[in-house]
Design a protein around this ligand. Structure first.
Ligand code: SF4
Length: 438
């Protein structure tokens, strides 16, 4: 099983390679020393992660060729934008027509109007416009990242989080560095994952040396784009992890409202979180960041602020999931938002960063709404994550309760996802463009 299509190198200029995928050309940062024009490679997140022997590449491309164009056609068909009569007073039609035509920047007040939509039909039209933009600017590629949640210990006490230090009902677990490396290598080797997120709570039992040992242990054995997601490890720690081979950081700021941030994160400041993210970007990390939708006390203005902040951080991927109350937290008696709130946020994120954003359908959204993948991917999203955490541990990684896919085998999760992607005309590839490449 392969989650990336081999591309052929058509030119190399310093660390930047131009890669051809069935006639589409993309840039990727190359760190492989002997790469030459004509070689086949796998790229993820705009990074060349591995050279592929010619024979293997030809075999995979032969399998993909017809399917690639068939999927493209299906996506084109499904992502068409149906123009409406410009009835007098139909503000939504006028805004969406301008958006799909890429005529001019959409004003903040108009974006807020979109987030405030309530009617089912209006929200469906917003999703349709976002899906059209996704197809127009980024085609049908959909990246699939695997995530390994290697420890559910956390020293922090975030008000919404089920694995926070104050949840005493948690059954704690830790994987050893060797176990993490083994799980990651199996995901890459056996299941074909090319991008992995290594996630834990802020667990001081792992030193930076331990985390570096995990990252370099994987990189020495298998090619993959590695994201780390272990909380605020400090700038020297981030630098060391980059040197060990990590190229991505998954760290959400959760809310751009600093007052709300401080209420939910006792003793911590939003500025320091953002400083980490900005420093990581400057080091060369790809960022996955974003926030929670539907936090108690959050307004739609706040959600728009979260989307704008994600764009200003130059995120590689937008991660917006619903708040789901966990019984072991102070917010146990609060309520989740309706699925429509998440869909509107995904659609507005697509409109705000139409040409660049990878937008993930989060597992929390899948927990809130059974059909989240189809709906999210039809609202501008173009990325999905699959948990690769060993089954027995996955059920203890309870950021929120009743997490989706708990009782599904990895094989079933993969085949279900591929079926959804096929139905929607999406190719499970990643031919993105890195910020360092532009
Ligand atoms: S959100 Fe992250 S940092 Fe906060 S308690 Fe949960 S795992 Fe820890």
């Amino acid at each position: 099983m392969c989650y990336s299509i081999p591309g052929r190198v058509v030119s190399i200029d310093g660390c930047i390679s131009i890669i051809d995928y069935f006639g589409e050309q993309r840039r990727a940062v190359n760190e492989i020393s002997n790469l030459k024009v004509g070689d086949y490679i796998y790229a993820q997140g705009g990074y060349v992660i591995d050279a592929v022997p010619d024979a293997e590449a030809q075999e995979v491309l032969a399998l993909w060729k017809e399917l690639f164009f068939e999927l493209q056609e299906r996506d084109q068909h499904l992502s068409g934008f149906k123009r409406m009569d410009k009835r007098a007073g139909d503000r939504l039609s006028l805004i969406l027509e301008r958006i799909v035509a890429d005529e001019e920047e959409v004003a903040e007040e108009e974006l807020l109007y979109l987030l405030n939509l309530e009617g089912k039909e209006d929200i469906a039209r917003l999703m349709q416009a976002a899906n059209y933009l996704r197809h127009k600017h980024l085609g049908n590629s959909c990246c699939i990242h695997g995530i390994i949640e290697f420890s559910n210990y956390c020293r922090q006490s975030c008000g919404y989080c089920g694995i926070s230090a104050r949840n005493k009902g948690l059954k704690p677990y830790r994987m050893t560095p060797e176990e993490v490396v083994k799980a990651a290598c199996e995901a890459i080797d056996k299941y074909g994952f090319k991008a992995l997120v290594l996630q834990s709570g802020e667990d001081s039992a792992y030193s930076i040396d331990n985390l570096c040992q995990i990252v370099s242990g994987i990189r020495e054995r298998e090619p993959a784009l590695i994201f780390v997601s272990c909380g605020e490890v400090g700038l020297p720690g981030l630098q060391r992890l980059y040197e060990a081979g990590a190229r991505g950081l998954l760290m959400r700021f959760e809310t751009s409202n600093s007052r709300l941030y401080e209420q939910l994160h006792p003793g911590r400041r939003l500025d320091s979180r953002l400083e980490h993210l900005r420093a990581a970007f400057d080091m060369g990390y790809l960022l996955i960041t974003g926030g929670l939708i539907g936090l108690p006390g959050q307004t739609r203005e706040d959600i728009l602020g979260d989307i704008s902040l994600t764009k200003s951080l130059q995120a590689e991927m937008y991660s917006f999931g619903p708040f789901i109350p966990h019984p072991g937290t102070p917010l146990a008696n609060s309520h989740s938002p309706a699925a429509a709130e998440v869909l509107k946020a995904l659609a507005v994120a697509r409109i705000v960063d139409a040409r660049n954003a990878k937008i993930v359908v989060t597992t929390s959204f899948e927990t809130l709404e059974k059909d989240a993948r189809r709906q999210g991917l039809s609202a501008g999203a173009n990325s999905v994550m699959i948990s690769l955490t060993p089954d027995a541990l996955r059920r203890e990684y309870t950021l929120y309760p009743d997490r989706a896919h708990l009782n599904e085998s990895l094989e079933n999760q993969i085949s279900d996802l591929l079926e959804i992607l096929s139905d929607l005309g999406r190719a499970p590839t990643d031919i993105g463009v890195s910020h360092t490449a532009s």
